[in-house]
Write a protein that binds this ligand. Structure first.
Ligand SMILES: CC(C)(COP(=O)(O)OP(=O)(O)OC[C@H]1O[C@@H](n2cnc3c(N)ncnc32)[C@H](O)[C@@H]1O)[C@@H](O)C(=O)NCCC(=O)NCCS
Ligand SMILES: Nc1ncnc2c1ncn2[C@@H]1O[C@H](COP(=O)(O)OP(=O)(O)OP(=O)(O)O)[C@@H](O)[C@H]1O
Length: 196
């Protein structure tokens, strides 16, 4: 059974993902794998340099600050980047799935609803938190200004839209409560996987 784990920037997806890993569930981190592929796959590297210029890479690899400065204020460029990266991630994920053997596995991705890819999942878990709290968390975590966080939020759907489509919503404001909710969802998913 394939479970999607999504939520806007700073909602706490990675925090929740770690809680599921602690329960023994494999989690595929799409952000992380996208970055690895952007560095390692020659055809992706080439396509990115062609569209974003040589400055897209430095000696140490992908120049994330340079690319994010371009794409999060220009929807066409973001679309271009997504077109290059997302199919490669999807292919890599399919191979990864085949190697797993637990009752269910999770794909963590910020963009399940934005990409209209909900059909790929048997169940979808949404992580939410109040907008202002999310902005503050990311400003603190990444040491960036409010504008940088808001630019990304502007390229994501509002939680009100996502809540309608998710099977489970975790309101992540208190870590203890979040862990309790994760444990409950885990039990439900184990039950569902038996019935499948
Ligand atoms: C632009 C890049 C280089 C910036 O890297 P950076 O380390 O600053 O951010 P990171 O990848 O950790 O993303 C953090 C958050 O930004 C938001 N975000 C990232 N990519 C996107 C996108 N294409 N559209 C909307 N929001 C996005 C998400 O909330 C994500 O969780 C990077 O985000 C990227 O390569 N994005 C395109 C690939 C992608 O879509 N990844 C996300 C899911 S596969
Ligand atoms: N309930 C919480 N209370 C306080 N801080 C939290 C809580 N949940 C997560 N955080 C912190 O907020 C920040 C964002 O959380 P996390 O990285 O898990 O979010 P994310 O949704 O994966 O973000 P992104 O979309 O940027 O990858 C982290 O520094 C994390 O430690």
């Amino acid at each position: 059974m394939i479970v999607g784990l999504t939520g806007g920037i700073g909602s706490g997806k990675s925090t929740v993902a770690q809680m599921f890993r602690d329960l023994g569930i494999p989690v595929y981190d799409s952000d992380r794998e996208a970055k690895l592929l952007m560095n390692a796959a020659p055809e992706i590297r080439q396509a990115i340099m062609l569209n974003f210029g040589e400055a897209a890479y430095t000696a140490s690899g992908l120049n994330r600050a340079y690319i994010s400065n371009l794409v999060f204020k220009d929807k066409k460029l973001l679309q271009k980047l997504n077109q290059i990266v997302h199919p490669a991630v999807a292919k890599h994920f399919s191979k990864w799935v085949q190697k797993q053997s637990t009752a269910y596995i999770i794909q963590e991705s910020a963009l399940i609803f934005e990409n209209q890819s909900e059909e790929k999942y048997d169940q979808i878990i949404l992580v939410t938190a109040p907008l202002e709290e999310r902005i503050k968390r990311v400003m603190k975590r990444d040491k960036v200004d409010r504008g940088k966080v808001e630019a990304r939020i502007n390229n994501q759907l509002p939680d009100t839209e996502k809540e309608k489509k998710a099977n489970f919503t975790i309101i992540n404001t208190n870590l203890g409560k979040t862990a309790e909710t994760v444990a409950k969802i885990h039990e439900i998913l184990l039950n569902k996987s038996v019935k499948q």
